[in-house]
Design a protein around this ligand. Sequence first.
Ligand code: PNW
Length: 447
Amino acid sequence: MSFNLPDHSPLRRKDFLFGVATASFQVEGATEEDGRGESIWDRFCATPGKVLNGDNGMPACDHYHRWPADLDLIKELGFDAYRFSIAWPRIEPEPGVWNPAGFDFYDRLVDGMLERGLQPYATLYHWDLPQYLGERGGWVNRDTAYRFADYADKVTERLGDRVLGYATLNEPWCSAFLSYRLGIHAPGLKDDRLGFQAAHHLLLGHGLALPAMRRNAPKAQHGIVLNFTPAYPATDSADDRLAADYSDEENSHFYLQPLLTGEYPEAVRQRHPELMPTVYPGDMDILKRDIDFLGVNFYTRAVVKAGEGQDYEAVPQQAEETHIGWEIYPEALTELITGFKDRYANLPPIYITENGAADNTEVEQGEVNDSLRVAYYDRHLQAVQHAIEQGVDVRGYFAWSLMDNFEWAEGYSQRFGIVHVDYETQQRTPKASARAFSDWLSDRSGM
Ligand code: PNW
């Protein structure tokens, strides 16, 4: 079984990159080994009621010890690249204390990829902020942006351009809005103003980090990964259409536009001057520093209507959905990135850095028949193809995720892997979706 892409598909070209993605806190485990410090997610998991079933970062996938076999598996399946993230609390467990054992781990991991002919794509921040920075206000504190830039300097100094692609941040929307505005992710605060201020400090940290990263890794590509859940109007009414447009301004363009034009979207500034972050003179020039690629994470769309006393309100859909309850709507991915091309003259090349589905099918007689996930990937790969056919410069695609892992507030209850993980034995079982990728990847023509 493979995917239904035509022979002429641009995704079949040998220079179109295929990878799998994970993130440190979600897969590594070993939270107290080799001098790792505490992160805000360790603390959040230990707070009753925050994470389903009281799950935490142990044992996760024990990737900290099992990475050689995991890299072998990625290679065997035929992928070109591995997108992983670096745990800041392993590197800087206490303020200004740089932990050699932390650097060593990522050093070995990167060498392990190169030995196997896998291209390393590193994300510097995938949400595991050191707890000591959390205690000083986390991303609401402007100083965190400067601390991030120091950390990025140290990591890229060590790994250099053995890493082909660096992303500063993964999904600042989540680190700001889910964490400080909606209360769902660590540290679990619910304050609109804090959410916007955190967003600004994250993007500032991204921009501050770039010059040292370029100096330390001159041959690497440097970028950022943003997540998008494009909004569609519940009805054709003018009010609902405006609500959907505004949702996109606030949730998508508020993160993307400042990086490309040096301004937050007019629509948000006009409607909510009271929520706009404190911005120092010169900040917006820092946010606007050149990026070599934009990482796009896409899972689903939102359907919204004009809300009572709210700018927009989600309308639950009676539609096909994955096991986590997210609607399956691949056309939104095509429309999202073609829309970016139309809006931004200086849009950089795009990598789809995450796309995938929760399909919690279990092992049966040694196999996992995750047919929902196979169909999801099939349709989304076609959606990427359609965008390329409409002129969007997409260079690669990473499946989320290599293996089942710690799914944040959902704990271990939601499985996104193309490889099944038994959390008792740590046994890996490639699912039908892994086989589908493997067949597809071995079938590329190399045009
Ligand atoms: C992304 N939302 O998270 C992350 O980058 C991954 O770490 C995660 O495992 C994956 O998607 C699957 O969830 C998101 O509520 C989590 O809108 C939640 C949301 C969006 C992205």
